[in-house]
Design a protein around this ligand. Structure first.
Ligand code: ZN
Length: 332
């Protein structure tokens, strides 16, 4: 009896299925064949995509790899392998930096100097090593315990440590401040990085690219890990740390361009801020810097106010002897 009821029920279900109106045909889709062909390698804000694609007339990215947009733009090509969207539309506002040796272009979002809101005071602090192991000039080594007190103070007082990438909206940020660390010492990973994570604070490290992996300096792996945390932005401190004012045109190109290239190969991003070794520059090195960078950092001087010469940003030097009172004075 039970079996019979089941048969009837299934029969009824089948019948009702048959009498349903057929689903409308999907919108006719134009399928392009063949799909655009891979024309090069591309990295967008540190993320390597499968490639740039071209149909000979226009360049495209794969729609399934575009996760930096909240909504996909109209248009593009539907192919049997998926949808392709015009590259230029997807990467509006991004800046390209070409690694010709590797046929790769790095696209990075950062503000141009002329785009940043003017007249905002942004104390910019200059640190070097963070360690009690004094293997070099002692004044360059800030005590980890002292740095922690400083970060605590900034947090309690409502300061917002920012990256240079954030300068485009600096007028919307509460008490912005830039923490910069020169040279790229190993202790920036062992001492500084844990503190940045503990207090969720952003910092910028200026790396001497010719020193990566050498004794006392950060390794490629450490740079990559710190960069991927989102807390540390790596920018250029040249290749050799020689005074730029003494370099030939060819050497300058090496210091300015090569250091960017080497850094992009680790982080996948273009660096757009240069820290002049020991703050020294000449008119010709300044002109060369302007070709490759948006911002340039000097050593000690008045508090940075946005809108001032972007290639001559001065900083406040935090040394081993800077106590909390001196620190408060520097940023007030
Ligand atoms: Zn330096």
């Amino acid at each position: 009896m039970r079996k019979l009821w089941s048969f009837l029920l299934i029969g009824a279900l089948l019948l009702s299925g048959c009498t349903k109106a057929p689903a409308p045909d999907p919108e006719p889709q134009v399928v392009y064949d063949p799909a655009p062909q891979k024309a090069g390698e591309i990295t967008v804000d540190g993320k390597a995509l499968s490639g740039i694609y071209s149909d000979g007339a226009q360049e495209y990215l794969r729609a399934d790899e575009v996760d930096w947009l909240s909504a996909l733009p109209e248009g593009g090509l539907n192919t049997a392998e998926g949808r392709y969207l015009p590259k230029d539309v997807l990467l509006e506002g991004y800046h390209p930096f070409a690694d010709e040796e590797n046929n790769r272009t790095y696209y990075t979002a950062y503000p141009k100097a002329e785009e940043i809101p003017q007249g905002v005071k942004v104390p910019t602090l200059m640190y070097h090593a963070v360690s009690d192991d004094l293997w070099g000039i002692a004044s360059l080594f800030v005590r980890p315990a002292e740095l922690e007190r400083q970060l605590q103070y900034l947090t309690e007082e409502g300061y917002t440590p920012i990256h240079f990438e954030d300068l485009g909206r600096v007028d919307e940020i509460q008490k912005p401040i830039l923490l910069t660390f020169d040279d790229g010492y190993q202790d920036n990973y062992t001492e500084l990085f844990p503190l940045l994570k503990k207090y969720n604070v952003k910092a910028t490290v200026f790396m001497i690219m010719g020193s990566v992996g050498q004794e006392h300096y950060l390794t490629r792996e450490q740079i990559a890990e710190m960069d991927q945390s989102g807390l540390v932005s790596f920018q250029s401190h040249t290749m050799t740390h020689e005074f730029l004012s003494t370099r030939t045109a060819e050497q300058l190109e090496e210091e300015l361009y090569r250091s960017k290239l080497e850094l992009a190969r680790i982080t996948g991003k273009e660096s757009f801020v240069l820290c002049y070794p020991t703050g020294k520059y000449s008119e010709s090195s300044l002109a060369a810097t302007a070709e490759h960078y948006e911002f340039g950092l000097l050593m000690s001087g008045p508090t940075y106010v946005t809108g001032s010469d972007p290639l001559k940003i001065t900083r406040k030097y935090i040394s081993r002897s800077t106590d909390l009172n001196a620190f408060k004075n520097m940023i007030s």
